[in-house]
Design a protein around this ligand. Structure first.
Ligand code: J2J
Length: 539
């Protein structure tokens, strides 16, 4: 196993192989087999472009050769920050073939996140679009290179300017590439984060492909399935639950949307015969309103998945009538464990639970603050272990000691209860994170950026309830007495530091002290109550 990564203990690895979870597949081979079996079938649709399995397979080979010519080697880390464009798939399958390791970053990430990733992962290359959604990623690359001089290559999909053009890299593959083994790390996902710095999640070919196979089965995917990707494709949910990769695993068709609004997504559903798509709760609300108020043909759609944050039962109840399809709740995490309501589950379960584990070999524990099992039906901290849940973050020994139990259970940081039929209901969160409509914000990360401002004495970031996003972020700030600070000034400061926009606090409250807990820590619970009360008074 690669340095800094935690393999499953050998007896567990052997068990997962014997149980048939890990079948010795790799991503490179998976695509190769589809190309051989039905090469002319469409794999990816993007605007007017239709890419067959054979074409995707050939592009991956040629690009792998190009990456190798450029000096990329097996196990080199490559930051991939691409939007929903076909090149995303050509790039990642090329890297998979080569055994180089994509580090998946989101389009919203900016200098602060990318510089950290480049340095922490010791990245050899950074792959970006030219301009997307009005933002010039080449300018971001300029800043990143200045701050992270170890970065060897910047590769651009589109107009590359002074950087390497992805288009120029497609080369002839002259000899076979000795690809990775199934038990090797395939890529790194990013954790939603609870600490000052995001953690890297190493996933193997074996474990991830198992999660794709189970997801595809539960979602009844086959070669006739059409998956619409509206969320950013690099995120674990649209990538694997069953997402784009699960759809390719099943031999189906992936349709890439360049946005999630009904104006973009609904016509694609009708034109391409989309059968399944995945959204976050705020989008469910927008789509329900749009579908109820206009004439649109959503008839091909069989399954609307909602996940990433908790969907309200009220919204859940409306989906079948308004959208004319089955709702599937998905509760998952990039670290592993994914839960689904099943397509034939009764209404009550689909509306009121966040599903049950996808694998019979997922182990679930619900414990109190002292790690003791809670009473049946009681709410507790959710711990999990299984054939596709990691045993440790990359190079994070100190954090791993807290985030995993001695016997390898991952502490999800979520509070949940189990129904008598074994479905999970998410009741809350113990981790210091804000879930902004599916976008995860680590309080400590934002606090550290606020503390870098010379006028800030102390800062505490908490969630405040929000009807649309579920939660928004509120930063409580104690300024130095002599510095007259404004909220606008602080937000601008965070933007200048290159923090992703979704992490900029929605609201800033100035105060001269923080409420404390019995042991003298800042009481975030009291701060959360404070902001709720203040908003109620204003309303
Ligand atoms: C409540 N909270 C949820 C849900 C995630 C599939 C689906 C989602 C993710 C994901 C994913 C929730 N109800 N339905 O990777 O493969 C919160 C929990 C969880 C955290 C994980 C997938 N679905 N959550 O959202 O790594 O707090 O993955 O621990 O981004 O999102 O976030 P992330």
């Amino acid at each position: 196993m690669m340095e800094g990564c935690h393999a499953w203990p050998e007896e567990w690895a052997e068990r997962y192989r014997q149980l048939g979870c890990w079948r010795g597949e790799t991503f490179g081979e998976m695509l190769r087999q589809h190309a051989a079996a039905h090469g002319d079938r469409v794999a990816i649709v993007s605007g007017d472009r239709r890419i067959s399995y054979a074409e995707l397979d050939a592009s991956a080979d040629r690009l792998a050769a190009g990456f190798r010519n450029l000096g990329l080697r097996p196990r080199d880390r490559v930051i991939v920050q691409l939007p929903n464009i076909p090149q995303f798939f050509e790039v990642i399958f090329a890297l998979f073939r080569l055994g180089a390791l994509p580090v998946f970053s989101l389009p919203a990430h900016r200098k602060s996140e990318i510089v950290y990733l480049c340095e922490f992962a010791e990245a050899a290359a950074y792959i970006i679009p030219d301009i997307d959604m009005g933002f010039d990623y080449r300018e971001l690359a300029d800043q990143v290179r200045e701050a992270a001089p170890g970065l060897r290559q910047v590769i651009v999909a589109g107009d590359a300017g002074k950087y390497v053009a992805l288009d120029d890299l497609y080369a002839e593959l002259v000899d076979d590439i000795d690809g990775p083994r199934p038990e090797d790390i395939a890529f790194f996902q990013l954790s939603g984060g609870t600490t000052g710095l995001p953690k890297l999640i190493p996933r193997t070919h074996d474990d991830y492909i198992y999660s794709l196979r189970m997801s595809a089965e539960i979602c009844a995917l086959n070669e006739h399935s059409v998956y619409l990707a509206v969320l950013p494709v690099a995120h674990n949910y649209p990538l694997s639950s069953p997402g784009t990769l699960g759809t390719l695993y099943a031999g189906g068709k992936v349709v890439l949307a360049r946005g999630a609004s009904p104006d973009i997504a609904f016509p694609l559903i009708a034109q391409e015969g989309v059968t399944i798509t995945a959204v976050v709760p705020p989008l469910v609300l927008i789509w329900l309103d749009a579908a109820a108020s206009r004439r649109c043909d959503l008839s091909p759609l069989r399954v609307l998945q909602a996940g990433g944050a908790k969907l309200s039962a009220e919204a859940a109840k409306r989906v079948r009538n308004v959208m004319g399809c089955t709702l599937q709740q998905v509760y998952g995490m990039a670290e592993g464990l994914v839960n689904y309501t099943r397509l034939d589950d009764p209404e009550d379960i689909v509306v009121n639970t966040q599903g049950r584990p996808m694998s019979p070999y997922d182990e679930i524990r619900l414990v109190d603050d002292d790690d003791r099992e809670v009473e049946p039906g009681g709410t507790g901290h959710l711990l999990t272990r299984g054939p596709y849940t990691i045993r440790g973050y990359y190079k994070a020994e100190k954090h791993n000691a807290k985030a995993f139990t001695a016997d390898g259970f991952y502490r999800t940081g979520d509070l949940a209860r189990l129904t008598p039929s074994g479905y999970l209901v998410i009741e809350g969160r113990a981790k210091d994170q804000i879930n902004r409509g599916g976008d995860k914000v680590a309080a400590e990360e934002v606090e550290n950026h606020l503390l870098a401002h010379p006028g800030v004495h102390d800062a505490a970031v908490v969630a405040m309830p929000d009807e649309f996003l579920g939660e928004r972020t509120c930063a409580f700030v104690i300024p130095y007495p002599s510095s007259p600070l404004t909220a606008a000034e602080l937000k601008a400061f965070l933007r200048e530091r290159g923090l992703a926009a979704y992490k900029i606090p929605d609201r800033v409250e100035f105060t001269d002290s923080f409420p404390k807990t019995g042991v003298g820590k800042v009481s975030k619970k009291t701060l959360r109550e404070l902001i709720v009360n203040k908003r109620n008074e204003l309303a």
